[in-house]
Design a binder for this molecule. Structure first.
Ligand code: PLP
Ligand code: LYS
Length: 435
């Protein structure tokens, strides 16, 4: 497959047709309808193994990998990541319920979120969730009170706003002191949170967390963030005798979306984190904490491919060619929201020479719903299948049924087998909540 680095690891061209995990995509599209999302199990397995090997190689202390489930979650995906030995990060009671339905052990689940309603914090505590990553003082006060008389204390980490920002787009940079996420260091909020947590008999504060951004490959920012967390941990040990035993630098590693993009290298990422933690811990004489990383996008993006059917053409004055497809911003909001770029190939002729560039026009009733602004494709017939790679992350998890268009099905492909993880939404589903 040309540009293999942006296609699933099992993708190949057989008899001039795009094939993934040995499966015939046209047959699957005919059976399940389009748009159709597929997920390559081999890609997810391989990336999970790379993360775990890279961290074990780089870091002398214990390590745990938690999939940030906001990137893509349903019961099947949660079961898959559990079977690979990963834990799960959730940001709501809803994601927690899905993880529970999948049988993910509760002590492998962490809850995050800046605006999590008290009822969902309570739901997580009562379920027996492993960790709550406390984002602000109000959450902390609520939890201190809610947990005060419980038999077992709730284990927590504090999310720090380290005033270091990285990430590919303003909407996905999260680490600034002025960001909505986390406890700032400079105004005393983080120190106040440690003080309150240590006074709360129902809470067990074990560590610090930060996440500076997504689609990120800025090693210096990552080092700086870890260094700030450890300076703070050292201060808190000297002032209050609190010892940090867990540290999470979040997730955020960049993936390649376009042929010329380069993904963040997993071993370099692991080395950067491990060196920063080891150096800081040595300096401040802190025993190596458990390192918790939270990759979302980099675990699932490349595994996913979206399949659309061409529904028509249009050439406008000035020569812009539109190719209409049967999906768009309803199943992939990223181009509309972040000007995210994607490329595409024809399933039946991935190697055929392209003609003039086309715009892949989404079907939704918004001028902004253009999935790809420019892509060179061969002349495509109505009914042909177009495949859009790197579609696994922040697509279905952000999907809507806008314009009454049912959300697509999701298949897991593995060694010639296709398993339905999530069926296509039906018209009955669209009306299921109407009373
Ligand atoms: C706290 C936290 N952890 C992990 C992630 C996962 O990020 P990504 O999908 O870029 O790896 C996010 C999202 O940016 C996040 O907010
Ligand atoms: N949804 C965003 C990333 C959000 C990261 C979550 N904190 C994207 O598609 O790039």
């Amino acid at each position: 497959m040309p540009n293999a680095h942006i296609w699933p690891m099992s993708a190949s061209v057989i008899h001039d047709r795009l094939q993934i995990a040995g499966c015939n995509l046209s047959a699957l599209a005919a059976e399940y309808g389009t748009p159709l999302y597929i997920l390559d199990a081999e890609t997810i397995r391989t990336i999970a193994m790379r993360y775990s090997a890279a961290l074990r190689h780089a870091y002398g202390g214990p390590v745990s990998i938690h999939y940030a489930s906001k990137a893509l979650l349903n019961v099947g995906v949660a079961r898959l990541v559990h079977s690979l030995g990963l834990g799960l990060d959730v940001v709501s009671g809803g994601e927690l319920a899905i993880a529970q339905r999948a049988g993910m052990p509760l002590d492998h689940i962490h809850l995050h979120g800046n605006g999590t309603p008290p009822a969902e914090l309570a739901q997580a505590v009562e379920a027996g969730i492993g960790r709550i990553v406390v984002d602000n003082l109000d959450q902390l006060k609520f939890l201190a009170e809610f947990c005060a008389n419980r038999a077992t204390p709730q284990t927590i980490l504090l999310r720090i706003a380290p005033d270091v920002a990285a990430g590919a787009h303003a909407h996905i940079r999260t680490g600034a002191a002025s960001a909505k996420f986390g406890l700032p260091l400079d105004d005393g909020s983080a120190a106040e949170a440690v003080r309150l947590a240590l006074q709360a008999p129902g809470l067990n504060l074990v560590g610090l967390h930060a996440h500076i951004g997504s689609q990120m490959r800025d090693w210096a920012a990552l080092r700086e963030m870890i260094s700030r967390l450890l300076v703070f941990a050292d201060q808190q040990r000297r002032e209050r005798g609190w010892l940090l035993t867990e540290l999470s630098p979040g997730g955020g590693l960049a993936v390649a979306y376009m042929p010329n993009d380069q993904a963040g290298d997993i071993q370099t990422y692991a080395n950067t984190i491990a060196n920063a933690v080891q150096t800081g811990c040595e300096r401040y004489q802190i025993p190596l904490p458990k390192l918790i990383i939270e990759p979302g996008r980099s675990l699932v993006a490349r595994a996913g491919v979206a399949l659309y059917s061409v529904t028509g053409h249009k050439t406008v004055a000035g020569g812009s060619n539109y190719l209409h497809i049967d999906g768009g911003m309803g199943d992939n909001l990223r181009p509309s929201l972040y000007n995210a770029q994607y490329t595409a190939a024809l399933v039946a002729r991935p190697l055929a020479p392209p003609i003039a560039p086309v715009q892949l026009a989404g079907r939704f009733c918004e001028s902004g719903d253009v999935l790809i602004r420019e892509v060179a494709l061969p002349a495509a017939e109505v009914g042909e299948l177009v495949a859009v790679p790197v579609a696994g992350a922040y697509t279905l998890s952000m999907a809507s049924a806008y314009n009454g268009v049912p959300r697509p099905a999701l298949l897991l492909l593995d060694q010639g087998q296709a398993t339905l993880l999530q069926r296509r939404e039906t018209y009955a589903d669209l009306m299921a909540r109407d009373v």
